[in-house]
Write a protein that binds this ligand. Structure first.
Ligand SMILES: Cc1ncc(COP(=O)(O)O)c(C=O)c1O
Length: 448
């Protein structure tokens, strides 16, 4: 049996070595390292190896085959790093291993998660009685917010969707933009709202929903708007959309996986002010807030609509109204709200604003840095996302491949309004001026 102190010290040593390497080494794993992952392909052991041996194998084969997403030069998808305080909080709460479903089962995690809930709505400027659930990511948060919307609309029509399902239920109309994030479509399909039955609203040249093209809305409509387009970072015209929805008695859901964090910055708050009037919100902790995976947050103004969707009781559970399981699809789950609490507690309002502003500032500087190298940006840079295109799709793809192969930094590609584009997402607390400078050098070199 391993000595626990030695084992955890070993894990700590591997973790700190890894983080140091992620900071200075290649962002991309080598082909050899990925090939060596075959070393994990063992048969189920009969008697089991030691914990040290297992950790050694994980570090020896696994660590070199990771993308260094916790370092400062990874700009793929929308990926946050891990703030030190959140990593440490994650370790301690894993040691607690308390199940955050029920208050009776875990007073400590429930207390901390309820502070985190209060802080989130405070930071966003929402009413203090909003319901908050800590889920796995923005996809699950979209699912949860839309479940609340479905419940609210049908409940108003005296249809108990939780009891009767959607068989024979009144129709719900779901309105999204042409550039809706795929996770919203996934949520819509899981909830039985029919991915092919939705109404799509065209977008403008920045990827924003065109409010002048909204269909007729009614009290059984859910309108999904976006705070932060995954390619351009643009924000839908919440003011106009929410005004129209209010008039019609429709529900407005906001997918703000990373964009809702504009709330914490005096400089960027204006982008999201109008979204405040929406009914439900989905965001991520593991993007702009830089907590470890997996971490998403759902916020719903009408508390009952979320708890009606997710509450379930059983005599042996001894449920209470404040149990976190009333706000999430799961019962048992890890206390992921603790890392959110740790992030906010260690950064404070000033640090949070700085985190968002630094990332947006990097994004805004990109177009000018590469303009003389044949690259342009096909949108206004308003937040943390920036795309680059070369003269032809082939040239864009070639430059992207060269950057990715350099190992200096990593970002992915997309197709934006018919043209191939590179998309760079600044979302890490860890990106320094040096990281930015080497990224620019890598892009320029790839262009030459
Ligand atoms: C706008 C938007 N919505 C939803 C998601 C899904 O988030 P997650 O993968 O955390 O579930 C993303 C992820 O990039 C996103 O950018």
């Amino acid at each position: 049996m391993a000595n626990l102190n030695d084992l955890l010290a070993r894990a700590q040593k591997y973790a700190t070595d890894y983080l140091e390497q992620a900071q200075k080494g290649s962002v991309v794993p080598s082909t050899d390292a990925v090939t060596a992952l075959a070393g994990f392909e063992e048969a189920v052991p009969d008697t089991g190896f030691s914990a040290e041996d297992t950790l050694d194998l994980m570090h020896r084969l696994g660590s070199p085959a990771t993308f260094a997403t916790t370092g400062g030069r990874y700009f793929g998808f929308v990926t946050g790093g891990t703030l030190p305080g959140t990593l440490a909080a994650n370790w301690l709460s894993t040691a607690w291993d308390n199940n955050s479903a029920l208050q009776a089962q875990s007073p400590a995690t429930s207390a901390i998660e309820s502070v985190a809930s209060r802080w989130i709505v405070d930071l966003f400027g929402l009413p203090s009685d909003c319901a908050v659930g800590f889920v796995t990511g923005a996809t699950a948060a979209n699912l949860s917010g839309l479940a609340a919307a479905r419940s609210h609309i049908l409940n108003r029509m005296n249809w108990d969707v939780e009891a009767r399902g959607l068989f024979g239920a009144p129709e719900i109309k779901v309105v999204v933009s042409d550039e809706v994030h795929v996770s919203v479509l996934k949520a819509i399909s899981i909830l039985g709202l029919g991915r092919e039955r939705i109404v799509r609203v065209p977008t403008d040249d920045q990827g924003r929903m065109r409010a002048d093209s909204l269909p007729e809305l009614n009290p059984s409509t859910i309108v999904c708007i976006q705070a932060g387009n995954v390619n351009t970072g643009s924000f839908d015209p919440a003011n106009e959309v929410i005004r129209a929805a209010r008039k019609a008695g429709a529900w407005v859901h906001v997918d703000g996986a990373f964009g809702l964090w504009a709330f914490v910055s005096p400089q960027y708050q204006e982008l999201v002010r109008a979204f405040l009037e929406a009914d439900s919100f989905a965001t991520d902790g593991h993007k702009m807030l830089n907590v470890p995976y997996d971490s998403g947050i759902v916020i719903v103004r009408n508390r009952e609509s979320l708890t009606r969707s997710f509450s379930a009781t059983a005599a042996y559970l001894k449920n209470s109204a404040s149990d976190m399981s009333n706000f999430t699809p799961e019962f048992s789950r890890r206390a992921r709200g603790i890392e959110i609490w740790a992030a906010i507690r260690t950064l404070g309002r000033v640090g949070l604003a700085r985190l968002v502003e630094r990332n947006c500032d990097f994004a805004k500087r990109i177009p000018a840095e590469v303009a003389h190298h044949g690259l342009s940006t096909p949108h206004n840079v308003v937040f943390n996302q920036v795309m680059l295109v070369a003269k032809t799709d082939e040239e864009t793809d070639r430059i992207l491949r060269a950057v990715q192969n350099s190992g200096v930094c990593w970002f992915g590609g997309t197709v934006w309004h018919g043209k191939h584009a590179m998309r760079i997402s600044f979302s890490s607390w860890n990106t320094s001026e040096d990281d930015f400078a080497s990224t620019i050098r890598a892009i320029r070199l790839a262009c030459s």
